[in-house]
Design a binder for this molecule. Sequence first.
Ligand code: CA
Ligand code: CA
Length: 294
Amino acid sequence: MAAGDNHASQSAPSAIAVATAGHVESVAVDEKNEIVYMSSIGEQMTPMEKDGDGSILVADLKESGTVEMRKMIKGGKLHAPKGLTLHDGKLYATDVDRVIAIDPRKGSFEVVADLSGEGAKFLNDTVWADGVLYVSATDLNKIYAVNPQKKTYSELKTSEPVKGPNGLVWDRNEKILYVCEYCTDADGKPAGRLLRCNPKTGEVKSLSSYKGELDGLALYQGDLYFSDWAAKDRPGAVGKLNLNSGDVSPVTTQTMNGPADFCITQDGIIIVPAMVDKKVWLQDTKPASEQEPK
Ligand SMILES: [Ca+2]
Ligand SMILES: [Ca+2]
């Protein structure tokens, strides 16, 4: 299961891959309890199908050197869960045309927003921002603001169209919603942008000339990390944008087919689902040359 090129390290390779049950779209970490949650859309790459074979996987990291995964949901069926967010002890996710809240202790879930009436089939990421749960609808080119208590939603009106909005992350200091796009242009070339959106005004601005087929987003130590399906055969399946300089640089070095909704732990370990490959990669965010000698 392990792979890596840091032979100087005897204890741990610089990156390892773990096989997953089905195609994992999203990961979320419970740092306190050392648990990684993953959403698996199932055995087929059918992210918009209501096929009933989706699952939430739980990996307990306490036992060093082993990662044991179990399926969490005990009642009801999920189809293609994506966009996990941990908030106040609950896991929020999208599932094709609905937004769900999962109780990890009970293994149960409830629907907190049903967007089937909007024609949604590819709801994607979720993020909490000052009491609002924002949800991207990749197929509708829209972002919704969900109120899970009232089970209501409304569209976030933006100053310009967003095309295939996928990853969302909230900057609580700047009160800015970062959004990345998963889309191609008329020639099939990657055309997804890294955007900032002020949810109060709806104003959208592009952050960089970088274009990709962008999926996940994370903020870590002032940099905006993103995953790019177009970088599957070169370094930078996960890259980062320096928000001050605008410079973009690759972070991960491994080949990852379908780098989807990753996360970064407080210690700087990046956890990336290679969705198409049915793997999850763990790698330090720092280059090997900057990591502490083992
Ligand atoms: Ca499925
Ligand atoms: Ca995603």
